[in-house]
Design a protein around this ligand. Structure first.
Ligand SMILES: *Cc1c(COP(=O)(O)O)cnc(C)c1O
Length: 342
């Protein structure tokens, strides 16, 4: 099966499976798991933070960050399209009593700084207390400009806000720009990074912050049921995600661009090539085709996509350029099959 639905479907590498099988482990709730401790020290070091925490998922990493920065009745400013606003079950509101203040994302994924400044509430009993600015990079596969991050950091600092990065795919953002991940994370007080997407670990995310923030996050993680025991089994694979899987993301980016260019030549699809900056391609399917039928037709060729009027194709380690070529080739008969009768 060639699976374009997400980079979350990546299989762990053979090296990961071997490292998992022989990982030294201990009870991590006691802080006794050497492999977890190793991973956390390595990540804090690599990304220029005091501390790091290995957690179950990106959703948990974001929630812990929001709950560590904000108290009950506080709010965070984020994009309308932000994962930690739109796709995390409203966890910050449900579990943290933290109010989101979503603002429009521009076409390039940024939020206008003037709109952020205008959304910060004055100290008045009528309002929630604005505590945090949360950005996402990459967002919808797009890379936020480095200069924008610097300006956002300055704005947050001047207004007394903390600044968080949902960096689920920050490794993609770094590789796309030919810079280090720490060149991006340097602008933030906390960062969450998914190891289980393009980086191919089976499970887990990293939360980065100062000692105080991570100590708070450890408490919340325990309360949320995320205190795991011999979790070095997972941390062993997570370490390899950081040491062996970052650079190869450039292949995924090349494959995504190759795919986008191929789709752009088909009348059935329209693609904005400017927006294809990393491993995600959004293509709009012409109304004369049925996305459900297209999905079904492709399954017969062992290709998995998740189609709506917009089709999102994600490239990753388990998709080669050959696989992309195969998709482009079989799309012609599959589109013919999924054409709506007039
Ligand atoms: C996937 C993703 C998350 C959540 O990660 P999970 O491990 O799926 O919980 C958070 N933010 C962004 C931008 C993501 O793409």
């Amino acid at each position: 099966m060639i699976d374009f639905r997400s980079d979350t479907v990546t299989q762990p590498t053979q090296a990961m499976r071997l490292a998992m099988a022989s990982a030294e482990v201990g009870d991590d709730v006691y802080g006794d798991d050497p492999t977890v401790n190793d991973l956390q020290e390595m990540a804090a070091d690599m990304f220029g933070f005091d501390s790091a925490l290995f957690v179950s998922s990106g959703t948990q990493a974001n929630l812990l960050a929001l709950m560590a920065h904000c108290e009950r009745g506080d709010e965070y400013i984020c994009g309308q399209q932000a994962h930690n606003y739109k796709f995390e079950g409203g966890g910050a509101a449900v579990l943290g009593s933290i109010q989101p203040q979503p603002l429009t994302n521009q076409a390039d994924g940024t939020i206008l700084l003037a709109e952020i400044a205008a959304a910060i509430k004055p100290d008045d009993v009528h309002f929630a207390r604005t505590r945090l600015l949360s950005l996402e990079n990459t967002i919808g596969g797009k890379v936020l400009p480095q200069a924008y991050l610097a300006q956002a950091q300055t704005l947050a600092f001047d207004k007394g806000l903390k600044i968080h990065l949902d960096g689920a795919r920050v490794a993609n953002a770094a590789v796309a720009q030919g810079i280090k991940i720490s060149d991006i994370t340097q602008y933030f007080d906390s960062v969450s990074i998914c190891l289980s997407k393009g980086l191919s670990a089976p499970v887990g995310s990293i939360l980065l912050g100062d000692e105080r923030l991570i100590a708070k996050a450890v408490r919340w993680r325990k309360m949320l049921g995320g205190g795991m025991r011999q979790v070095g089994i997972l941390a062993a694979a997570a370490k390899l995600a950081l040491t062996e899987q970052v650079e190869r993301l450039s292949e995924d980016h090349a494959n995504a661009l190759f795919l986008a260019q191929g789709l752009a030549e088909m009348t059935a699809f329209s693609v904005d090539l400017q927006q294809v900056q990393t491993n995600i391609v959004f293509a709009t399917l012409d109304k004369s085709y049925d996305p459900k039928r297209l999905t079904q037709a492709l399954l017969k060729y062992n290709i998995h996509i998740s189609a709506g009027t917009t089709v999102r194709f994600v490239t990753h380690k388990d998709i080669s350029q050959q696989d992309v070529l195969h998709l482009l080739k079989v799309l012609t008969p599959c589109l013919a099959e999924s054409r709506l009768v007039k």
